[in-house]
Design a protein around this ligand. Structure first.
Ligand code: UD1
Length: 393
């Protein structure tokens, strides 16, 4: 059997890694021949910076992609269109039994459309998530991909219910659990051994102030941040970072209010860095005592930070899920989520706070007092990839 998987952007890499490893385990000890799974990995190149892409292949032990299309950045139409054009000849030549796509990025949607136009069978890992917000490009990607997929591999029961409500045939929906938690379980012990101070030293965006602060605070020798805890921030959604009034208000809240309570560690997405710079906010952030602006960090480093953060403020989908399993209190800086299972009302640790500072402040004060309360939804057990392989077979 031949499986061709497509990845494109950072959050895809932690979802494909367990599948690659599960296929290798399946093949181990089997005779060469038709019983083996022949796996081909295609990277569209939507993310291309060393820190957004290659570092994850290395850190997660994913083999180099068999094909790298190098599509790069652009408008949505450019990204999706160019990815489709580049994928078409690859699919035509490979003719896999299954095309596997993960998540909800532009690469996912482009690969789904191209696969079906080539009459190939399509499996979607992380099917059925819905924010019901069509202003999110990811929601469009999710809807298109799920409508086309022959096999809908869902992370939780709510996702399955969404698909059935939309008219998906029951026999195409398989509840397999959350594949990203396979990656988390595989790496949490190793991540736990990293020193937070060393992560700061390795990744701090160094202007003179930051460099001397990181060094003189003794961050390298001990982990003072761990004594009283620290907050972790990530922001990258256009709705939070593209509008100057929104990004300015969020940044000032982080710098003035969060950082006065506890150190703030902020690994920054390239898009957000560019926006802070354009909006003349970068200097304020770099100069703020107790704000540690980092370049994008690797998977293990991010997991290390999430394991011990007293609070997470994020607009990332994946981090909401990781916080939930690790028990890290999480302010989700969005008005809606396609991952409701992570919310407090469903047993999780996340609370939706949008980007209104008044609402964020109130929730911040409340959540800061929260104890860690790990919550593991059904089948978020680290064995999802094995179930995916079984479904594909
Ligand atoms: C994409 C996904 C989003 C995911 C996020 C994780 C879509 C629609 N969005 O958003 O769901 O949460 O990845 O990171 O697919 N850039 C670089 N280097 C890179 C990649 C991007 O500098 O390696 C900069 C470029 O200026 C680019 C911008 O970031 O224009 C946005 O990148 P893009 O891939 O379009 O979307 P993300 O915001 O990363």
């Amino acid at each position: 059997m031949k499986i061709l998987s497509v990845v494109g952007a950072r959050p895809n890499f932690m979802k494909i890694a367990p599948l690659v490893h599960a296929i290798n385990r399946y093949n181990e000890g089997r005779e060469r021949g038709p019983g083996l799974i022949d796996h081909m990995l295609v990277h569209t190149g939507q993310h291309y910076d060393e820190r957004m892409s290659a570092a994850f292949f290395d850190g997660l032990d994913i083999p180099r992609p068999d094909v790298d299309l190098g599509v790069g950045s652009g408008t949505h139409a450019q990204q999706v269109g160019q990815t489709m054009m580049a994928l078409e000849p690859v699919f035509r030549e490979a003719r896999p039994d299954w095309v596997v796509v993960v998540g909800d990025v532009n690469a996912t949607c482009a690969a789904a459309i191209t696969a079906k136009k080539e009459h190939l069978k399509l499996a979607h890992i992380e099917a059925g998530l819905r924010s019901f917000d069509l202003e999110m490009p990811e929601e469009i990607n999710r809807m298109v991909t799920d409508r086309l997929a022959d096999l809908l591999l869902t992370p939780d029961a709510l996702a399955g219910a969404n698909l059935l409500r939309e008219g998906a045939r029951e026999e195409t929906v398989r509840f397999v659990g959350n594949i990203m938690i396979d990656t988390l379980e595989m790496h949490r012990a190793r991540a736990g051994q990293l020193k937070v101070g060393a992560i700061l030293a390795r990744n701090a965006r160094m202007d003179g102030t930051t460099a001397s602060r990181v060094a003189t605070a003794g961050q390298l020798k001990r982990d003072p941040t761990l004594d009283d805890g620290f907050a972790v921030v990530t922001l990258h959604r256009p709705s939070n970072v593209d509008e100057p009034p929104v990004l300015r208000a969020l940044t000032r809240f982080l710098v003035d209010e969060v950082a006065s309570e506890l150190p703030v560690i902020w690994p920054i997405h390239p898009r957000t860095l560019k926006k802070l710079d354009e909006m003349d906010l970068l200097g304020e952030v770099l100069g703020a005592p107790d704000v540690y602006l980092l370049d994008p960090v690797g998977y293990l480093e991010m997991l290390r930070l999430t394991l011990d953060a007293r609070i997470m403020l994020t607009d990332s989908g994946g981090l909401q899920e990781e916080c939930c399993v690790l028990g890290t209190p999480c302010l989700t800086l969005r008005f809606n989520t396609e991952r409701p299972i992570t919310l407090e009302e469903n047993g999780g640790t996340c609370v939706l706070v949008g980007n209104d500072v008044g609402r964020i402040r109130a929730a911040f004060k409340r959540k800061l007092r929260d104890p860690r309360r790990p919550f593991r939804p059904l089948l978020w057990d680290g064995r999802t990839a094995e179930r995916v392989v079984e479904c594909l077979r």
